[in-house]
Design a protein around this ligand. Structure first.
Ligand code: GLN
Length: 286
């Protein structure tokens, strides 16, 4: 069987199981052969060995059973960098790139910002922010917090991969426990799916539950963070928190009921037009 034939057959097997069958087959083939995806075309007529075929169709079978491609290959691209992932961490999503963009915009006006990432998982947020700031000549320091020791090990590996291990402190703990002193930016992609939500995709069953689901409404973690984070912000600092589509009205209602003088909030949508981010700003000192 040639590489081309295997790709066509692999994509066909995935047709009704994946939203991107051809792309998945390409990524799995490229991973199996250790050849960059872009080079597959030049190997189109290569005849696969029996061993290569078996490995490829084994990956296709895992994907057919809804295992995310990133767990099969062990990596995922996020904000133009490759991140190591394992089933102990959420697979980085393009949706979360909005959080990184906003953090970079705000950090551009800060002096040596201290940036905290709560529930860091793979570390894709804090590592992207710190590495991008460094490329712009801004020295930032990071604190990456997670309850899961296995997740922190993955985050450290990613920090080391992107040369920012020394710039980030890793703390095992629940949210702000273990974070000392005020910060310029606090970032989080907390769990925000309602425990009762039955619309979730089968892929999510492979991911850590505690990174996805948050109480009966899905808003429990977001609201807990919005309540506790202000004590940890410097004047002029901000908290950026990823949210789910359709959650902004409830968050706004909760924040107006709480009414905290000296703070204001803003809401942002992602490129797909979905509500995706809430920002809480602490006023600068006059
Ligand atoms: N955006 C993810 C999803 O809906 C959820 C991520 C999260 O809960 N933080 O698949």
């Amino acid at each position: 069987m040639t590489l081309k034939e295997a790709l066509i057959k692999g994509a066909e097997v995935l047709r009704t199981y994946s939203e991107s069958p051809r792309l998945d087959a390409d990524i799995l083939m490229s991973f199996m052969l250790g050849v960059p995806k872009i080079k597959l075309f030049s190997e189109w007529h290569r005849v696969l060995s029996a061993d290569e075929q078996a490995k490829f169709f084994d990956f296709i079978e895992r994907r057919r059973k809804h295992e995310p491609v990133a767990y099969i290959t062990g990596t995922k691209e996020f904000f133009a960098r490759d991140f190591v992932v394992s089933p102990s961490v959420l697979v980085p999503r393009p949706d979360t790139e909005l959080l990184v963009e906003k953090a970079l915009e705000l950090a551009a006006n800060m002096q040596q910002p201290r940036i905290v990432d709560l529930g860091t998982g793979s570390g894709c947020i804090i590592v992207s922010v710190i590495a991008c700031l460094r490329a712009k000549g801004v020295t930032a320091s990071g604190v990456a917090v997670d309850v899961s020791a296995a997740a922190l090990a993955v985050a450290k590996e990613n920090a080391s991969r992107h040369d920012c291990l020394e710039m980030i402190e890793f703390v095992q703990g629940s949210w702000l426990d273990g974070v000392h002193g005020p910060s310029d930016l606090i970032l989080s992609n907390p769990p925000y799916i309602a425990e009762s939500d039955r619309r979730i995709s089968k892929e999510l069953n492979f991911e850590p539950r505690q990174a996805l689901f948050s109480g009966p409404t899905g808003l429990e973690c977001v609201l807990h963070l919005l309540e506790s984070v202000p004590d940890y912000l410097k004047p002029g600092g901000a908290f950026l928190c990823e949210t789910g589509a359709g959650q902004h009205q409830d968050i706004e209602r909760a924040l107006s009921a709480r009414h905290r003088p000296g703070y204001h909030s803003e809401y942002f949508r992602d490129l797909a037009g979905n509500e995706r981010l809430v920002a809480l700003f602490k006023e600068p000192l006059k």
